[in-house]
Design a protein around this ligand. Structure first.
Ligand code: GLN
Length: 538
């Protein structure tokens, strides 16, 4: 069948959750048997978000093919179970880079290179890349930013042209905000009307409107919006704040959004989506009574989006273990030997977060020493795993100034060191060890037991590695290198088998955890935390 395209734009304010709406719609269409993927076009000049501080846009998500992407791609994978790739996230920077490369090669044959048509053509080419593979029936394209921003204009112009070319095979969804004024006790539709008008001035007529709101919007008001904005009444969908983002697909389905979309695209809307496994997850989520308390030790705790994939993977793992998750963010910069008892004392498990640079690192060592000595289930991810290795060197192997050469290039014990091939690299963008690599797990190790297999593939994002020269000393003292890359022999997983659950992974298992396919190592970690909670009778 001919590939259909859905374009999602946003208006009024940012942070309305276009990513969740796109992912939820994809979830419903997939549950109806369509092959769906979602792509995001980000209107910033960075080539990718890899060099962005998490305070800017939250977590950097990594795809299996090693592309550093916007965190919305994490939502797409968690909601659809469909893997994304480089083609699923395109930035203004990538578009310009490609156009400028073509100009230098002489591809434009002496023409003046302009935003229209050269930049817009490049955007259109990128929009259609995934469709050209023949792997998908429906492609949802989310345009980042807010209508009215200067940055988004070339993207909106490109998709306007695409709509014109594709006709019935494409459709527009516009997400807006309907604020509630507490003093007047009223919902206000004017910002939505203005936002749609702005879109229409750019030549785009939205086919569906999704209204983000904190209060129920009465039918009469929805009809008014439909009338003013030239959309069908059934195409006005309300998106109320839900207790969990995973309930959004059902909320949209109750309003028959999937039917409306399919009909408008000329596709069959017969039958119902098969939401069986999804509903099973929601049922577990809504019936869980007991709570497991996990601490996440990191330096970006003020901004919870910085650890989005970890918190979602933990939530999925808690749910499948029949528990509610109480996630406690522990600021690593504020953690020290004097307050560690109080800060970590009532946790059932501790995760030490990934990260870069020196800030907050000492607090991670304090946390890890405390967790190791108190035998609390502990999970170190990427930098967290490297910190496990350093803390063990300092406090068990007696190598007092052991460190990673990232933090101290002159340490006499570089237990974490730069890979040889990384030493000559000076460019920061896209040059880390990125994407999925195979890992062989030692049979009988706790990690292998958690996965239920000895061969896994997980995603990486780091420059530094466990220093092979110290492997023997670690193993003799009780920290085992139980996971390694079959080709390069790089150490990927360490664990202390004498402890309840003390595992560090050089890779990021959180990226591959989805609602319908939760990551096994997270399941195992949360299970260990629950068991620990029981023994403590907390
Ligand atoms: N900073 C460490 C490295 O580059 C760890 C990176 C991470 O935690 N993602 O190796």
């Amino acid at each position: 069948m001919e590939t259909k395209y859905i374009f999602v734009t946003g208006g009024v304010v940012s942070s309305l959750g276009k990513g969740i709406i796109s992912a939820s719609l994809a979830n419903l269409l997939k549950a109806r048997g369509y092959r769906v993927t979602i792509q995001k076009f980000d209107p910033y000049i960075n080539i990718d978000p890899g060099t962005l501080n998490p305070y800017e846009h939250g977590e950097c998500y990594v795809t299996t093919d090693g592309t550093e992407t916007d965190l919305d791609l994490g939502h797409y994978e968690r909601f659809t179970n469909v893997r994304t790739s480089r083609a699923n996230n395109v930035t203004t920077g990538r578009i310009y880079q490609s156009v400028i490369d073509k100009e230098r090669r002489g591809d434009y044959l002496g023409k003046t290179v302009q935003i229209v048509p050269h930049i817009t053509d490049e955007i259109k080419r990128n929009v259609k890349l995934l469709g050209n593979t023949g792997d998908y029936d429906i492609i949802i394209t989310e345009i980042g930013g807010t209508v009215g921003d200067i940055e988004s204009l070339p993207f909106l112009e490109a998709v306007r042209q695409l709509r014109w070319e594709m006709g019935q095979s494409s459709l527009f969804i516009h997400l807006t905000y309907v604020p509630y004024l507490h003093a007047a006790k009223e919902l206000k539709t004017k910002p939505t009307q203005h936002s749609v008008k702005q879109l229409q001035e750019l030549g785009i007529m939205p086919d569906l409107l999704v209204l983000r709101t904190e209060k129920d919007i009465p039918q009469s008001m929805r009809r008014k919006i439909a009338q003013f904005c030239n959309v069908a009444p059934e195409a006005v969908i309300q998106s109320m704040d839900m207790p969990s983002i995973y309930e959004v697909p059902l909320m949209l389905h109750e309003q028959r959004m999937d039917d409306t979309v399919l009909r408008k695209l000329g596709l069959s809307a017969e039958g119902e989506p098969d939401m069986g496994p999804w509903n099973k997850f929601l049922e577990l989520m809504n019936t869980a009574e007991k709570t497991v308390r996990i601490g996440l030790v990191g330096k970006y705790v003020e901004l919870q989006d910085a650890y989005k994939s970890i918190s979602e993977a933990l939530f999925q793992a808690a749910t499948y273990n029949g528990y509610k998750l109480d996630l406690v963010y522990v600021h690593s910069e504020k953690l020290n030997a004097d307050n560690v008892d109080e800060k970590l004392g009532d946790l059932d498990g501790v995760i030490v977060a990934p990260g870069f640079g020196q800030r907050g690192i000492e607090g991670k060592f304090v946390a890890l020493k405390w967790c190791r000595e108190h035998d609390v289930p502990t999970f170190g991810i990427c930098l967290g795993m490297q910190c496990m290795v350093i803390e063990f060197a300092r406090n068990v192997l007696g190598l007092e100034d052991a460190n990673s050469t990232e933090m101290d290039p002159h340490t006499s014990h570089p237990v974490i060191d730069l890979m040889e091939e990384q030493k000559s690299i000076s460019n920061m963008g896209g040059t880390m060890r990125l994407g999925a690599y195979d890992c062989h797990l030692r049979p009988g190790s706790r990690a292998a037991e958690a996965y239920g297999t000895t061969d896994v593939s997980e995603r990486h994002r780091h420059r530094f590695e466990f220093n092979e020269e110290y492997r023997k000393a670690y193993e003799a003292a009780g920290m085992q290198c139980v996971g390694e890359n079959p080709k390069t022999k790089l150490v990927e997983v360490v664990e202390i088998p004498d402890k309840r659950w003390y595992i560090g992974t050089q890779y990021h298992p959180e990226y591959s955890s989805t609602v319908l396919s939760p990551n096994p190592i997270f399941l195992s970690f949360v299970k260990a935390a629950i068991e620990y909670k029981m023994t403590n009778d907390k």
